[in-house]
Design a protein around this ligand. Structure first.
Ligand SMILES: *[C@@H]1O[C@H](CO)[C@@H](O)[C@H](O)[C@H]1NC(C)=O
Ligand SMILES: *[C@@H]1O[C@H](CO)[C@@H](O)[C@H](O)[C@H]1NC(C)=O
Ligand SMILES: *[C@@H]1O[C@H](CO)[C@@H](O)[C@H](O)[C@H]1NC(C)=O
Length: 340
């Protein structure tokens, strides 16, 4: 997957001329250069929609466009070749959250997440049951497989199922496709696939009145063990929003990142007075202490619409790009931050 892409020169010049810290409300910020998602969310706010509508529309745009192959149908097939989706949406006014994980056969994962929030007392529905719920709510069941995902899957099978996320099992997962059984002797094996398929859309929207919402959508990690759920649908990990403090959304190696609740941490730091940049950096630093080379980034915004991002310098990630839409311009702006 193309991760390090070159930045068009004119965009570089434009972004470098923009003064930092002068941004006004409303604002939409999202991970990665998913421009159409940003534009979609922005136009919802401009036409009077709520921040929840904006986040839902923005993330849904990525689900339709299959952003980077890592959001929506037809990407990141698991060990059985199936694409499953994770998504979450959070209302920073009420602290309500709706999320789905391991969602099968339904393309509009963020829409189902919102239905969980608005049409149940629950927070997170998973797997087959989440799909049944979605169908009952009127979402259409469709095959999420595409020729592309079939191809990714068959290449993986041909390559002895590498990368492979089993450990402490036999036969040796660095050479074989399983099935695997537990092993008595512990055998540590470093994960090989640091760089692939961790893109996720995470989005924050704040309107003129300071209503804050955040959301995420992803198809997870390619070749994951079926049932694996990453950070995206986990509150405080993939995203967090609190209209009294701000919002954050994270992207990267979810298996590691979710153990540190980076989005929650960043929002709490902003509540305690940290500016968005310091909050983002602190959330990354916390993970870095234990995983110096983890692949990941986070975006942060406080209640006045000031925003920042931070990323961990790792093989394949020296800069992180994200999108911002606000009243500065009519078009989403591509922002770049150097990783540390
Ligand atoms: C973004 O939207 C434009 C206009 O609808 C479309 O032509 C383009 O293909 C979209 N970009 C992506 C990456 O899907
Ligand atoms: C997918 O592959 C099948 C053959 O395996 C082919 O008939 C079909 O046209 C392909 N679809 C697309 C969209 O490329
Ligand atoms: C948000 O952060 C900016 C610095 O980037 C700071 O000037 C502003 O006061 C902060 N807003 C709040 C509500 O803390």
């Amino acid at each position: 997957m193309r991760r390090v892409r070159l930045l068009p020169l004119h965009v570089l010049v434009l972004t470098s001329l923009l003064p930092l810290g002068r941004e006004a409300l409303p604002v939409v910020i999202n991970t990665w250069p998913f421009r159409n998602a940003s534009a979609a969310a922005w136009s919802v706010l401009q036409s009077g929609g709520s921040v929840l509508d904006a986040v839902e529309e923005g993330c849904a745009r990525c689900e339709i466009e299959q952003c980077d192959g890592s959001v929506g149908y037809g990407g990141s097939p698991d060990e059985t070749g199936e694409t499953t989706l994770d998504a979450m949406i959070m209302n920073g006014d009420t602290m309500e959250v709706g999320a789905v994980a391991d969602l099968r056969r339904i393309k509009n994962a963020i829409g189902v997440a919102r239905a969980v929030m608005e049409r149940t007392d629950h927070t997170l529905l998973v797997g087959e049951s989440a799909s049944v719920f979605a169908e009952n709510m009127g979402f259409i069941a469709e095959d999420l497989t595409t020729n592309k995902s079939v191809n990714i899957f068959s290449q993986w099978l041909k390559g002895n199922c590498q990368p492979n996320y089993h450990k402490n099992v036999f036969p040796d997962p660095s050479k074989s496709c399983g099935p695997y059984k537990p092993r008595v002797t512990l055998e540590q094996r470093r994960r090989q696939d640091n760089m692939l398929s961790h893109d996720t859309i995470g989005m924050i929207a704040i309107d003129q009145d300071g209503h804050v919402a955040a959301g995420t959508s992803t198809n997870g990690l390619t070749h994951k063990i079926p049932g694996r759920v990453g950070d995206s649908p986990i509150v405080g990990a993939g995203a967090y929003a609190d209209s009294s403090a701000g919002a954050a959304a994270a992207t990267g190696d979810g298996d590691v990142m979710m153990r540190f609740l980076p989005s929650y941490l960043a929002v709490e730091l902003m509540r305690a007075g940290a500016d968005p940049s310091a909050a983002c950096k602190a959330a990354i630093s916390r993970i870095k202490r234990h995983h110096s080379e983890f692949f990941g980034a986070i975006i942060c915004a406080n209640t006045t619409g000031h925003y920042a991002a931070a990323c961990n310098k790792a093989p394949g990630l020296s800069q992180f790009r994200y999108m911002v839409s606000n009243s500065e311009s009519n078009t989403p702006l591509l922002k770049t931050v150097d990783c540390f």
